[in-house]
Every structure is written in C-alpha cells, then in structure tokens.
Design a binder for this molecule. Structure first.
Ligand code: AMP
Length: 358
C-alpha cells in the first residue's frame, strides 16, 4: 500500500478510549474511522463515521468490515487472533498479527525480548499447579504469578511471599497457564513509546515515569528524572530494536522497571498506551496522530516535548466526579471518555497539565 489519501477509511478493532482518541486524531487528518466492537455502544464508536457491533467470532461481520475499510488497526491487545486471521486475507493489518501474538503471550514476549538482548525478571513457565512448586524452587520468593494470557491493569496476577501461598495464588489467577516472575526490586517504573513508520523510520517520545496504584496507571510524568533519566536511552534503543524485529508499523509501548542494574523489560503493548496520553498536548505530535500516520503510510511527526514538564493524571472510578473542578482549571486539558457508568478501577478520563517552566 502507498499513502492513504485523506477521505480513506481506517478500520479500528476495539471500541475503547484508545480507539476514541485514535479516531479523533484520524478525523483531524481527514480520515473516516470504522470501529469493530462487540458492544452495542462504545467510546470509539461515538466519534467515528461507521460502527460494526458484532462479536469477534462473527466471520461474516468481520469480512464485511474488512471489505469496507482501507487498512485495519487495533486498539486492544486481547483480540482473538482468529478474528484477525479472518481479516488478514481481505485487508492490510497494521501492526502485524505477529506483533499481536507476541504481546498476547507473556512467554513469547519475554523470550522474544531476551533474544534481542533485553533483560527481564527471572521467570519460569507454570503450565499447571504441579509445575508451580518447581518454579518456586527455581525462581525463589517473593514472586508474582501471572496468567500467560489476558492480563491487564494488574488483573490475572497474584503475589507469593513464600511456598505456603502457592495454592491461594493458583486459585486467585483462576488456575490457568501462568508464569512465575521473581519480584523485581525497582526504583521507578517507566515506559518507552515508539512509532515506526511503514518506511521503517522510528521516532520515540520522551520517557515518562509511571506511578501505579493497585496495578493501574495513576500518573505519567515526562520527562522522567532519577535513575530513569540515565536508563532511558538504552531502553529506547531496545524498544526500537523490538519494533524493527517485528517489522512493526504503528505505535508500540514497552514498560520497564528502572533498577540498580539497569532497565528491565516488563511487558509491551502493540498499540497506543495510557502512559502516552500526555503526548496529545505535551508533544508536537501525539501518539495517536503518529499511529494514524504510520498505518496510513504517512511520514511520522516530530515527537519533541512542548513544555519542560508534562503530567498526566488518570481519572479512575469516582475521580471522574471531579470534572467540574478540573474544567474550572483554565489550563488543565481534560479528556472524558463518554463512559456512561462509573465503576471502581474503570478508566473514565484523564487530565494533562503542562508546566512550561518545569
Ligand atoms: P504488569 O501487568 O506486568 O504490567 O504488572 C502490573 C504492575 O505490577 C507493574 O506495573 C508493577 O508495578 C508490578 N509488577 C509486575 N511485575 C512485577 C515484578 N516482577 N516485580 C515487581 N513488581 C512487578
């Protein structure tokens, strides 16, 4: 495919807030978006030209969707690969299904990154309960048991302080194939967000420090200080290598721990990422626009900061109710995702503040 001209249709699989912000960036560039999502209404569908509401196993709906769009991208990494395979023969998919498959499986992901020279936490595969005892002996404690698939925002994880916790942890993750990871002692958490164009050009944003509460991102602050500042270049180089090795087209997010021994890769997301939301106002080109540019075959935009410091705060659950006060703050950039029900732990919006003086 060459460059997609304005007026073309970008298909987005997944209907959440990431799809919503991608669709808004696409609209700015004159594209139409078509959302494929199982829900009857979705944050992304509300701002897009077309919507297909159908399940991921509806082959006929998937085929019609593929035929109606000029390129397909996705905003959610837990899409069944089988659904993407139905689209594959009929439409160009960016990023590739291989990137999705790697990121869906913690064993594949860690092995892939280790083969490129990246450092990960010590880990062992735990296909069943019996394997957990051997894994605990090999990895030691404290440790974290994580499901191999379908984990996000700290879900599908259980901490193990000693062998006596093994049964409870196995129950807590639903007795599914897992990996046991050694507990990493880290100073800070950060993410590297890179965009790779269809021509192989790579651009990275400044690296934010990410603070999580209960396994869910609370704030991202860019640029990061402390140990992260020393480790950002090496981690960014690794993220670029990962993108190149996957022949990736689009935005890729890699999460790291800053440890005394250097950056340690935790996981990646083959999509725009919550820790990159600050780029909408805090960078010359946002992660959303560069993702659209990449999948449309356009050159990537500049990723430089627009302020000395940028802080993004998630509005999770009840924090949504702060919206009147936030909107009374003249320089706060408030984003609300249009979700009708507030639930504990649900991402309802975010607010970004720029600090021109640092
Ligand atoms: P994940 O779903 O892998 O991103 O994990 C969610 C959060 O749990 C991370 O952002 C960390 O704060 C914490 N965490 C995950 N893995 C480890 C580990 N191996 N050691 C220490 N903390 C971890």
């Amino acid at each position: 495919m060459n460059t997609l001209p304005p007026g073309s249709t970008i298909g987005i699989v997944g209907g959440g807030q990431l799809g919503r912000m991608l669709a808004m960036a696409a609209a700015q560039l004159g594209y139409r978006c078509h959302i494929y999502s199982p829900g009857a209404s979705s944050p992304a569908g509300e701002v897009s030209a077309s919507v297909t509401s159908a399940d991921y196993d509806d082959a006929a709906a998937l085929a019609r969707f593929a035929d109606a769009v000029d390129v397909v991208t996705y905003e959610f990494e837990n899409i069944p690969v089988a659904a993407m395979r139905v689209l594959e023969g009929r439409a160009l998919i960016r990023p590739s299904i291989a990137a999705l498959e790697t990121a869906q499986d913690r064993i594949a992901e860690k092995s892939f990154v280790a083969a490129l020279g990246g450092r990960t936490a010590p880990w062992a595969a735990v296909p069943d309960r019996a394997a957990l005892d051997g894994a605990l002996a090999a990895v030691g404690t404290p440790a974290i048991l994580k499901t191999v698939r379908m984990g996000y925002d700290g879900k599908g994880q259980a901490r193990i302080l000693g062998p006596a916790d093994a049964d409870a942890a196995w129950q807590a993750i639903g007795g599914r194939p897992a990996i046991l990871e050694g507990f990493v002692s880290f100073d800070q958490e950060f993410s590297v967000i890179v965009a790779r164009g269809a021509d192989g050009a790579v651009r990275a944003w400044d690296v934010p420090e990410n603070v999580h509460h209960n396994g869910i991102l609370a704030t991202s602050t860019a640029p990061a200080g402390g140990l992260i500042a020393e480790q950002a270049a090496a981690a960014t180089a690794l993220a670029g290598q990962i993108a190149a090795a996957l022949d990736y087209v689009g935005v890729l997010a890699c999460e790291f721990f800053a440890t005394a021994d250097g950056p340690l890769f935790n996981e990646m997301a083959p999509r725009v990422h919550n820790s990159g939301h600050w780029t909408t106002e805090g960078a010359v080109t946002s992660q959303f626009e560069n993702h659209i540019r990449a999948v449309a075959g356009l050159p990537l935009g500049d990723t430089a900061l627009t302020a000395k410091r940028v802080v993004m705060t998630n509005l999770i659950g009840d924090a949504f109710n702060q919206w009147p006060a936030l909107l009374a703050e003249p320089a706060a950039h408030v984003h609300l995702y249009g979700k009708s029900t507030v639930r504990p732990g649900r991402k309802m919006g975010h607010v970004t503040r720029l600090f021109p003086e640092g």
